[in-house]
Design a protein around this ligand. Structure first.
Ligand SMILES: [Zn+2]
Length: 818
């Protein structure tokens, strides 16, 4: 670099060492009023290290940590590693080393990178979710949930990734594909462990009203939870005479009443007179009931098989409706008493409602399309526009209800026809077990109810077994190392020779441990609590530490976690609150998302595209301060922006100028302090609103102005407001140029005088071809005309003005005659 006034490599290394030695950012418990807990979403230590997009959120939290420190706050800003999980395991498989080993190496690399950016974390609280001292408490959390009825096993259709050979939670399936590897997800019937997040659906909705989160994130969670009010109604099933040998109608409900009703959930009970057929999800259990004697069973089974290959999303968005009528059976519409056909179709999902709907083609778009395609009757029951008409209005063709308003009668009609009002959610319970190696073992033991003398075999948690959680004193259940961890679809812990050691001795002959591990999202659902007291080996966190630090005051991370991590963390918080472990029920008071940084070509950075920008090279060449300021300068913090290397050199030039100016003018006295007051005000206000880009641009403007107009007395305040953004250079100027003996981060954030800014006079430089010829004093904000008037009142300056061709006017700063 040509005009280099400082050596960033020397400066940055020096001050990083200094901050660490002085323990400036070690959090201390003290006065509750002054605590601030600033949190990054912790990193998964991948094999690729950081690219320039990753630190964006961390830079923001670092700015806040340093800024709040200067405001006299007691700051907690911890860091740790989300080290368990699929990506770490897949990487280990790729390089052919155990994940414990590769994770260790990756963490070292990440640590070095984070430190080279000058981030000040409280490293004494570092956590690693794959270490026994952490996952002991993840297992404890499972135990607490299990012992209190919030964790259970269930045989269910689960999302199965054929390439990762494991089940996935609904939140990990994106557009029908595995979030991690992009493979199309299949459905598999499996016995799995679930957490009862659905039991907290109302609390999860209500809590959104009391947190300061982006509206789009709140809407995302509300939609994911998907609350709707409606009614459940029962339709009796009958066998149709046409298909029965002989001439008698056989009413199936004589045999067994309950089984032969189909329960539907509807949000529009008011349209029941228009229900002309029923549709079941292909997975609906009644189809398997032999008493139905479905005539076209083969065709039905074939359709069910085809459905299994489709994802839920595919089933919902496909244009072409498909389906098969169940021949030989009919349902009775409880309102009209008429027989209506029963169909199965894949647009109805088993996971939503009851897996069965009453189809009202006149007043529902999907039912309308379906009825058109299969020539099913369409009966209008609400007056209004063209069919399908989905609005409310006056009822018609609805018996005694005709002529009345549909909306008002929703509840009455449901009740009249034997229905019950019901609230329904789209949210499903959280599937947390994985058939993979690299996770926390689920701390559960299966005990046989009857001890047989034969050697135990592992019976997959069938009947005849008692499931117990492992005693707290026996935690952690250690993840064994004698395991072939490559995925086979079976839990790899099954092939460990040591994993079951001692289980029979403690729990009785035949007892064995659960072989599945927990999804890594369980590890990250509570890590922010552990940070309050990371080194506690007696409790997951002490009550005192919780009371002092929680909730998190500011949380920064990616918006992609809306329906995964952010929902899970809120759920776990609510469970622990309900069980009395916490005295708050929302973990993150304020949440903000950083926007993505794209490659210069406008594409997402990825190894395969070869457009990844490595921060190590940039730090070596331009310095961490430049990189930090550039990322904050790129655009509004929450927006996606493309990388521009010219912008990086621009920021470096600014820092060079600032350094030189402070160095040259350190002894000058104040001429006026309007500009610096304005800058302090601007920076203070914009930090609060996370308008980092305008902070940087106003600093740049300030330095430009200061180079043109001699204006001393600003250096200290300037260095202080610069410090959170370019901490190394600011510390260098503070101690080595301005001569302070303690850190700039121990100085108090500068204040500004509002009155000075509002009612002050400013000194405007009068220049001729850029050379200073004199000054005029005017109220701040004076117009160009007022300035020219003032100039013309000074005889000497008026001459310059007269002979000039034109003038350049910078409000409150300069008038330059050319
Ligand atoms: Zn996958």
């Amino acid at each position: 670099m040509k005009e280099e006034h400082f050596n960033h490599q020397t400066i940055e290394a020096k001050w990083q060492k200094y901050w660490s030695k002085e323990k400036l950012f070690t959090a201390k418990t003290g006065d509750k009023q002054s605590k601030v807990y600033v949190l990054d979403m912790f990193a998964y230590p991948s094999g690729d290290g950081l690219h320039v997009g990753h630190p964006k959120g961390y830079i923001a939290t670092d700015i806040f940590a340093r800024y709040y420190r200067m405001r006299g706050m007691n700051v907690l800003r911890p860091i740790g590693w989300d080290a368990f999980g699929l990506p770490a395991e897949n990487y280990a498989i790729k390089v052919g080393k155990p994940p414990a080993e590769t994770t260790e190496v990756n963490i070292k690399r990440f640590t070095k990178q984070l430190k080279s950016l000058g981030f000040v974390y409280d490293w004494e609280r570092e956590i690693n979710t794959s270490k026994p001292d952490y996952y002991k408490w993840t297992q404890w959390l499972f135990k607490i949930l299990y012992d209190n009825g919030y964790a259970y096993q269930k045989e269910a259709h689960a999302n199965w990734c054929p390439s990762d050979q494991t089940v996935l939670a609904n939140e990990q399936v994106v557009n029908g594909c595995c979030e991690r590897c992009g493979t199309q997800v299949e459905q598999k019937q499996l016995k799995q462990w679930f957490f009862k997040i659905t039991e907290f659906a109302e609390e999860l909705l209500a809590g959104l009203n009391k947190v300061d989160w982006p509206e789009s994130t709140k809407v995302g969670q509300r939609n994911w939870i998907g609350r709707s009010e409606g009614a459940s109604l029962k339709f009796q099933v009958v066998r149709h005479p046409e298909f029965i040998s002989g001439s008698k109608v056989e009413m199936l409900n004589q045999v067994q009443h309950d089984e032969l009703n189909i329960e539907v959930f509807t949000t529009r009970a008011d349209t029941i007179f228009g229900a002309t057929y029923l549709v079941l999800a292909p997975e609906h259990p009644i189809i398997k009931n032999e008493k139905l004697k479905i005539k076209n069973l083969e065709e039905v089974i074939q359709y069910i098989e085809t459905t299994k290959k489709k994802s839920e999303l595919e089933r919902q968005i496909q244009k072409e409706k498909t389906g098969v009528q169940l021949e030989g059976v009919m349902a009775i519409n409880p309102a009209t008493g008429q027989e209506i056909p029963i169909w199965i179709a894949d647009y109805v999902l088993m996971n939503y409602g009851t897996g069965a709907i009453m189809a009202v083609p006149a007043h529902d778009e999907r039912d309308f399309e379906f009825a058109k395609k299969f020539n099913l009757p369409i009966i209008r029951v609400i007056e209004g526009g063209e069919l399908p008409f989905v609005g409310q209005g006056q009822l018609v063709n609805s018996g005694i209800f005709s002529g009345k308003n549909s909306l008002a009668l929703m509840a009455d009609m449901a009740e009249k026809f034997g229905g019950k009002l019901k609230v329904q959610y789209k949210l499903h319970d959280w599937l947390i077990s994985r058939q993979r190696y690299w996770g926390a073992p689920i701390p559960v033991v299966y005990k046989p109810l009857e001890i047989s003398n034969s050697k135990s075999q592992i019976p997959n948690g069938e009947e005849g077994w008692k499931v117990v959680s492992v005693d707290e004193k026996d935690l952690p259940v250690m993840l064994p190392t004698d395991v072939d961890f490559k995925p086979t679809g079976e839990s790899p812990l099954a092939n460990s020779k040591t994993f079951q050691t001692g289980v029979e001795k403690k729990y009785g002959r035949g007892a064995y441990r659960e072989l599945d591990t927990m999804d890594t999202f369980v590890c990250s659902s509570w890590y922010f609590l552990r940070y309050c007291d990371s080194n506690n080996d007696k409790e997951f966190v002490s009550g005192k530490a919780l009371k002092y630090w929680m909730p998190v005051d500011l949380y920064i991370g990616g918006a992609e976690h809306t329906n995964g991590h952010l929902l899970y963390a809120r759920f776990i918080t609510k469970v622990l609150y309900k069980l009395g472990y916490l005295d708050f029920d929302e973990p993150f008071l304020k949440l903000r998302h950083q926007g993505l940084i794209l490659a210069p070509d406008g594409e997402k950075m990825s190894k395969s595209r070869g457009n990844v920008i490595n921060p190590d090279n940039l730090i070596a060449r331009y310095g961490a301060d430049t990189l930090r300021m550039y990322e904050m300068f790129m655009g509004p913090f929450d927006q996606t922006v493309a990388w521009d290397t010219n912008g990086v050199t621009g920021v470096r030039k600014f820092l060079e100028r600032a350094y030189k100016l402070v160095k040259d003018r350190k002894d000058e006295l104040a001429v006026d302090d309007v500009s610096i007051n304005r800058l302090v005000k601007k920076v203070t206000e914009d930090i609060a609103e996370m308008k980092f880009n305008t902070v940087v641009s106003s600093m740049m403007e300030f330095i430009n102005d200061m180079s043109r107009v001699p204006d001393g007395g600003w250096a200290e305040s300037f260095v202080q407001v610069l410090a959170p953004f370019a901490p190394h250079l600011a510390e260098e100027m503070w101690q080595n140029i301005l001569g302070y003996k303690t850190s700039v981060f121990e100085s108090a954030w500068p204040t500004f005088d509002k009155n000075k800014i509002a009612h002050s006079t400013v000194v405007i430089a009068v220049q001729e071809n850029g050379k200073l010829r004199g000054t005029v004093n005017l109220p701040a904000g004076a117009s160009k005309e007022d300035v020219l008037l003032a100039v013309n009142q000074d005889e000497r300056l008026a001459k310059i003005a007269k002979s000039a061709k034109r003038e350049i006017f910078v409000p409150d700063k300069i008038i330059n005659f050319i």
